[in-house]
Design a binder for this molecule. Structure first.
Ligand SMILES: CC(=O)N[C@H]1[C@@H](OP(=O)(O)OP(=O)(O)OC[C@H]2O[C@@H](n3ccc(=O)[nH]c3=O)[C@H](O)[C@@H]2O)O[C@H](CO)[C@@H](O)[C@@H]1O[C@H](C)C(=O)N[C@@H](C)C(=O)N[C@H](CCC(=O)O)C(=O)O
Ligand SMILES: Nc1ncnc2c1ncn2[C@@H]1O[C@H](COP(=O)(O)OP(=O)(O)OP(=O)(O)O)[C@@H](O)[C@H]1O
Ligand SMILES: N[C@H](CCC[C@H](N)C(=O)O)C(=O)O
Ligand SMILES: [Mg+2]
Length: 485
């Protein structure tokens, strides 16, 4: 492939050398450079890719894309200066893989909570409607029946366009993908053509990365700002910032809501452990998913499907039979009728939603026992709030470790404990070992009680100092509950 073939659409601020040359691969990681590679020097959060330029040239790179031209240049190398290497990477990755997003209808889903759930529901729905379909999500990426493990919620531009190319080549008509706020800010979705964008909600998360809630809102809104006129922008009108997302979009503006008039209107008739009974645009439907937060997810999926010209009754019929995403309100019970729920709630809002749902649908005086931790190297300000919310809505809370990453689990736990009010303190225990914490919760439970294991959902590991150790909340919970039977 020729360099000039992948440069289409890139705003070059300075060029040294020829663009008429053969290239092999594109990469932003010096450790992956090979002969004739194009290396993108990206300024990251831990290091600056510009410092690796000399070693990438030594390893065979013949094109450097950078934000600042190096003083010492190699005559055999082409240097391209751009304002933002991340943007250039997105555009060139799309060109390199022959713009796969143009060959299918790509729908992006963004918001603090619900992205995986909405993307998964849409993926399952469109497969049932008979389409070849792709999905890019936190739990896994998928092309029809083929599962491709996920490393991020939204992959880097090269991995992303490669996946989209595989989908287009497999004949997919649709792809439903999660768009994280990190991905928007880091331009991972630059150069993609979206048929539509969906907003779920925005609440406290990721302030380590965005610094302020305003920046976080702006990051989400930026996705809608660049949607094309031919596409749709579907927002949750009940969310305080839902309409903000539509302010500057050129796409066709659509809304869904439970609490007010909207293009796609729903109402929860009844919410039980066995599922949700809703009225959607005048049709009474029963769904397997539980909790009013899932009423929003179902409504978002329904609105999206109709905006993609699908038949209303066919859509509702399939949605009514669907299960949700792995590790989201995933429940097991034992012979003693103790109910265990594994849920990926890892923000204050999600914890409150899942616990208020449990609260609303429990029958009587059963205790709710919550096991919860917070991830290391992530937003610290949500730790005390998550602990407090868990206490406010539970009879007993066991504070434990999540993915400590490079942090000391005991320090994370102290920050969680700081959020627990003196009156709530008597109902909390701190047990750093997650398995022990789950085991203790099971021992404390009496018949009929409900145990919530929050924060890790589908994750099959616990990340400690860069090493991922096997850990599966549902596996441990099922094993412990069965030991009691
Ligand atoms: C904070 C963040 O988003 N980090 C992502 C970012 O890494 P970074 O900015 O820290 O990169 P860096 O280590 O500083 O390196 C800068 C540049 O130098 C390069 N480099 C580095 C070392 C070297 O020897 N040679 C070299 O060339 C790197 O490849 C990179 O291009 O770019 C990397 C490459 O694309 C990502 O893998 C990495 O994701 C890390 C692992 C991560 O944990 N990200 C999370 C926070 C994330 O993105 N989460 C969202 C979901 C959030 C949600 O749930 O809503 C997601 O979309 O997954
Ligand atoms: N619409 C919603 N509103 C509020 N909370 C929700 C909603 N949907 C799901 N949740 C809660 O948030 C948790 C995470 O849901 P989900 O995985 O769908 O979100 P996500 O946006 O993909 O998260 P991530 O940012 O980690 O990718 C669920 O386990 C549930 O507790
Ligand atoms: N996608 C989320 C996952 C959080 C899950 C939780 N288990 C943690 O490790 O903090 C994030 O990157 O913030
Ligand atoms: Mg997700």
């Amino acid at each position: 492939m020729q360099l000039q073939d992948v440069l289409y659409g890139v705003a070059i601020t300075n060029l040294v050398g020829s663009t008429n040359r053969e290239i092999s691969v594109l990469t932003f990681d010096s450790r992956e450079v090979k002969k004739d590679a194009v290396f993108f020097a990206v300024k990251g959060t831990l290091s600056d890719g510009h410092t690796f330029i000399p070693q990438t040239i030594a390893a065979g790179a013949n094109v450097i894309i950078c934000q600042e031209l190096p003083e010492q240049k190699d005559a055999a190398v082409t240097y391209i200066e751009v304002e933002d290497t991340g943007i250039a990477l997105g555009i060139m990755a799309a060109n390199y893989y022959k713009n796969p997003s143009a060959s299918l209808k790509l729908v992006g889903i963004t918001g603090t909570n619900g992205k995986t759930t909405i993307a998964t529901i849409l993926f399952k729905l469109f497969r049932s409607l008979g389409f070849h379909t792709g999905m890019i999500s936190t739990v896994q990426n998928q092309i029809d029946d083929d599962i491709i493990p996920a490393t991020h919620t939204t992959p880097n531009p090269l991995a992303l366009n490669k996946l989209l190319r595989q989908m287009a080549d497999a004949g997919c008509t649709y792809c439903f993908m999660e768009v994280s706020s990190h991905a928007i800010v880091q331009h991972r979705i630059e150069g993609l053509i979206f048929a539509g964008g969906v907003f779920s909600n925005i609440t406290h998360d990721h302030l380590d990365f965005h610094k302020t809630f305003d920046n976080y809102i702006r990051a989400k809104k930026a996705f809608f700002d660049v949607l094309p006129k031919s596409g749709f922008a579907l927002t949750n009108a009940d969310d305080k910032n839902g309409m903000v997302m539509l302010q500057n979009t050129k796409a066709s503006k659509k809304t869904y809501a439970l609490k007010q008039l909207a293009d796609y209107k729903g109402r929860v008739i009844e919410d039980r452990f066995s599922g949700l009974n809703m009225d959607i645009d005048g049709v009474d439907v029963f769904f397997k998913l539980v909790g009013s937060f899932n009423a929003y997810n179902l409504l978002a999926a329904y609105g999206t499907a109709l905006l993609l010209d699908q038949d209303k009754l066919a859509v509702l019929t399939i949605l009514s039979n669907l299960s949700g995403a792995e590790g989201r309100f995933d429940y097991v019970s034992n012979a003693k009728q103790i109910i265990g729920i594994v849920d990926y709630a890892h923000t204050p809002d999600a914890v409150q939603n899942v616990l208020s749902t449990i609260h609303d649908i429990r029958k009587g005086t059963e205790q709710v026992i919550t096991v919860i931790g917070c991830g290391g190297d992530r937003d610290r300000t949500k730790r005390p709030v998550m602990a407090q919310v868990a206490c406010d809505w539970s009879d007993k809370v066991i504070l434990t470790s999540d993915n400590p990453r490079t942090e000391d689990p005991m320090e994370i736990l102290k920050e969680m404990e700081a959020g627990v009010s003196p009156t709530n303190r008597r109902k909390t225990l701190t047990i750093a070992d997650r398995k022990e914490a789950i085991k203790t919760a099971c021992h404390l439970a009496r018949p009929g009680d409900i145990i919530l294991i929050a924060g890790k959902g589908h994750e099959k590991y616990q990340e400690i100092n860069g090493v991922k150790h096997h850990f599966d909340d549902k596996e441990v919970l099922t094993e412990q509950l069965n030991l009691l039977s």
